[in-house]
Design a protein around this ligand. Structure first.
Ligand SMILES: [Zn+2]
Length: 405
């Protein structure tokens, strides 16, 4: 079948599913389940896939709300990963994750029912806990995602666009320990833990003047034991989150921040314990997948198309996947340009007509990209080769960056 006719048939199939897809998204929006608690949301998506003939495995990788659904036509065709998130923020679905499952289910169902003349495999991965909990990193550790050749995702946005990068970084949790003694009778014997923490925060402010422009630094106090007014704080806990677009700089930044904490402890005669968590890698781009996404978005007259691609991005656990296989996210506009995610405006638009339209549009774009990949072996191979090249370049850059430091 000619590729464009096929895309038209797929689009018709997706449009027919409009009502159930909107209802599904609205339900997930109302469930508003946070990371690793998405029981109802994942059950809804799994049930739908099962009734449509997909082989579904629930609770994979030891994560109750992760799932994997597969469909294969023929043998040895490209294995396409369709990833979706469904976790909410404390204020609800203010990042539009409730739209992702319905999009990917529509893509999978349309391809399963329309494409019958070339081999391909679809793997829908339900990936829980994106917001701050790095669900995909945990899935990767348990061996997920090795069965796909490329990974595609959608994300609601204020532009229809793609990304070329994401922020790498980590979080350091620190615990200062002081020594208690009477402030008036024996001040020379006491050591104040809070002094250490505050001094470290000052040091981080000075650090800001001597780092690359793209570095983001945030810090805060977690806990401070309240002591009587005549005694110093013996325990003070805080944290620092640091982020950068340059993955190779993460190790050096961590070392400099840790040195600030150690220096503050030395100056105040306190002890400090540092624990690293929330490690994030930067995304490896797939320029070819990005181009396929935007070309198809343009062909479908998607609203608010942004070229060149989005430059300002946050962190995402999808970046871990991008280091495994060529990966790309299609951002689909459903709010006015400039509306930030994680905001009240984003939340309020979650069940709007534009949100429902974005499901159909996102599904049509992703399905068209899959058609381009499975019908053009040269393009598919080029995507794989580009990923190998970018990965090798990144590794070279990372080791060079460590040598300089
Ligand atoms: Zn998000």
């Amino acid at each position: 079948m000619i590729k464009n006719d096929l895309k038209k048939q797929i689009n018709k199939h997706i449009e027919k599913m409009s009502n159930p897809l909107s209802e599904m998204a609205d339900k997930i929006f109302d469930y508003a389940e946070m990371g690793f608690q998405e029981y109802k949301s994942s059950a809804l998506l799994c049930h739908w896939l099962e009734t449509r003939g997909f082989k579904v495995m629930r609770g994979i990788c030891g994560l109750d709300t992760a799932f994997r659904a597969t469909y294969e036509f023929g043998k040895d065709g490209p294995s396409i990963g369709l990833l979706c998130e469904y976790d909410a923020l404390p204020i609800g679905h203010a990042c539009g994750h409730h739209l992702q499952g319905p999009v990917m289910l529509a893509v999978a169902d349309a391809l399963k029912n329309i494409v019958f003349d070339t081999p391909f495999k679809l793997i829908v991965y339900g990936t829980p806990a994106e917001e701050g909990l790095q669900g995909k990193a945990r899935m990767l550790e348990k061996g997920c995602f090795k069965d796909m050749d490329v990974a595609l995702m959608v994300h609601a946005a204020d532009y229809t666009t793609v990304d070329v990068k994401s922020l790498a970084g980590a979080r350091l949790d620190v615990k200062f320990k002081g020594v208690a003694a009477h402030q008036s009778l024996a001040p020379e014997l006491s050591r104040d833990a809070l002094d250490g923490l505050i001094l470290a925060f000052q040091g981080i402010e000075f650090l800001r003047g001597h780092i690359k422009d793209d570095v983001r630094l945030f810090y805060g106090i977690k806990d401070c034991i309240g002591m009587p007014s005549n005694q110093d704080q013996t325990k003070a806990e805080g944290y620092v989150v640091f982020r950068t677009y340059h993955s190779g700089d993460v190790g050096e930044l961590e070392k400099r921040i840790a040195n600030i904490f150690k220096g503050a402890a030395l100056m105040t005669g306190t002890e400090v314990e540092i624990v690293k968590s929330h490690e994030m890698v930067g995304k490896l781009p797939s320029h070819i997948l990005n181009k396929l996404i935007l070309d198809n978005a343009e062909a479908l007259s998607a609203p608010q198309i942004l070229r060149p691609y989005r430059q300002k991005t946050g962190s995402t656990d999808f970046a871990f996947v991008s280091r495994q296989v060529p990966s790309a996210v299609c951002r689909v506009a459903f709010v006015p340009e400039g509306t930030p995610s994680h905001s009240k405006a984003f939340l309020e638009a979650g069940k709007s007509q534009r949100a429902h339209e974005a499901i159909l549009l996102g599904a049509k774009i992703i399905a068209a990209v899959v058609v381009d990949l499975i019908y053009n072996p040269e393009t598919f191979q080029a995507v794989l080769q580009e990923h190998q090249r970018i990965k090798a370049e990144e590794q070279k850059l990372s080791s060079a960056s460590f040598q300089v430091s």
